[in-house]
Design a protein around this ligand. Structure first.
Ligand SMILES: [Fe+2]
Length: 313
């Protein structure tokens, strides 16, 4: 098999320390043909399959709503995505489908070979989403390769620094205190590192924790949010975890940016200790589903009687 990524002189030259838009050929891979995508959906464990809908304000943040997939088949889910306003999240698709895992490992092996950067904890999550669906402003703790397979989505990428992302917000994500969603200011769009219409055959990767939001064009989108870590990224995640605990347990005011390497090393040990003791007890409420996918009318969402769906307008 040839290369997955189109390598030019400066492609991923400073991988994980800079933001890159590069070309790949996975959208033409037989594993991701229309039949292949349905097969992956069919094989994916239903207890892990997440379905969401969302409001329409691009700078909103609270209108992200969990639903029930109602045991729809792969083909039915695809039809529901096409007709509705939903976002399917298949975390760890590489663990559920061996053919996806093969592609995932080939991709990271190729990157390591070309850049020398060793990565681990690979999680290739398939995202299948409706025309004009969106994902609100948020930041992820791992590093990410966003691989576009079908459709076009507009990606807004913001700097991973104050005020777009404060120390306290990074800590909050590290200790899983709340969901990754943050409240953005509309004028921050002027400060974006990049606003790009991501098309099949393109992938984006950014510095750890860079906030981003997504707006689908008027077409079904299939992407892989491929999360991974490097040793450096793991140290950062654990340092932020330790800072989060120090702030909450002891009222300290740690600063990630002013922390020395030795201090970070001690913090990683402290984070390990807290995790061994059971970890920080952050988010203790699981999200509650508020709608069910209609099996008869694919794409229709049946909202629970006690849920006011007008908040999604
Ligand atoms: Fe993300």
């Amino acid at each position: 098999m040839g290369n997955i990524i189109e390598w030019e002189q400066d492609t991923l030259k400073n991988f994980t320390h800079d933001d890159y838009l590069v070309k790949h050929n996975l959208h033409e891979h037989p594993v991701f043909s229309d039949e292949g995508l349905v097969k992956i959906l069919d094989a994916y464990p239903r207890d892990k399959l997440e379905v969401f809908t969302m409001g329409k304000d691009p700078h909103g943040w609270g209108q992200w709503c969990l639903g029930r997939h109602n045991n729809l088949s792969g083909a039915e889910l695809m039809e529901a995505v096409k007709n509705g306003r939903i976002w399917l999240n298949l975390r760890g698709t590489n663990k559920a489908a061996p053919e996806v895992n093969e592609v995932c490992e080939a991709l990271f092996n190729e990157i390591e070979q070309k850049t020398g950067v060793n990565t681990f904890k690979h999680d290739m999550g398939m995202l299948i989403s409706s025309p004009k669906a969106q994902v609100y402003y948020h930041a992820d703790m791992p590093l990410v390769l966003l691989v576009q397979i079908r459709g076009t989505k507009k990606v807004y990428l913001y700097p991973p620094e104050d005020p777009y992302l404060t120390d306290e917000q990074m800590e909050s994500i590290a200790i899983k205190e709340k969901d990754e969603q943050l409240r953005p200011k509309p004028e921050w769009d002027n400060d974006c590192l990049l606003i790009h219409d991501l098309k099949p055959g393109e992938l984006l990767t950014w510095r750890q924790n860079a906030p981003h939001r997504i707006e689908n064009h008027d077409c079904v989108n299939v992407s892989f949010s491929t999360e991974f870590l490097t040793t450096e990224a793991l140290v950062r995640a654990n340092t932020l975890y330790a800072n989060g605990c120090l702030r909450r347990y002891f009222g300290m005011k740690p600063s990630f940016r002013n922390s020395s390497p030795l201090m970070n090393y001690l913090k990683v040990i402290y984070a390990r200790f807290v995790k061994l003791m059971g970890g920080y007890k952050g988010k203790n409420t699981l999200p509650i589903p508020h709608f069910t996918l209609d099996k008869e009318n694919l794409g229709k969402l049946i909202f629970d009687n006690d849920y006011d769906a007008s908040v999604l307008n």
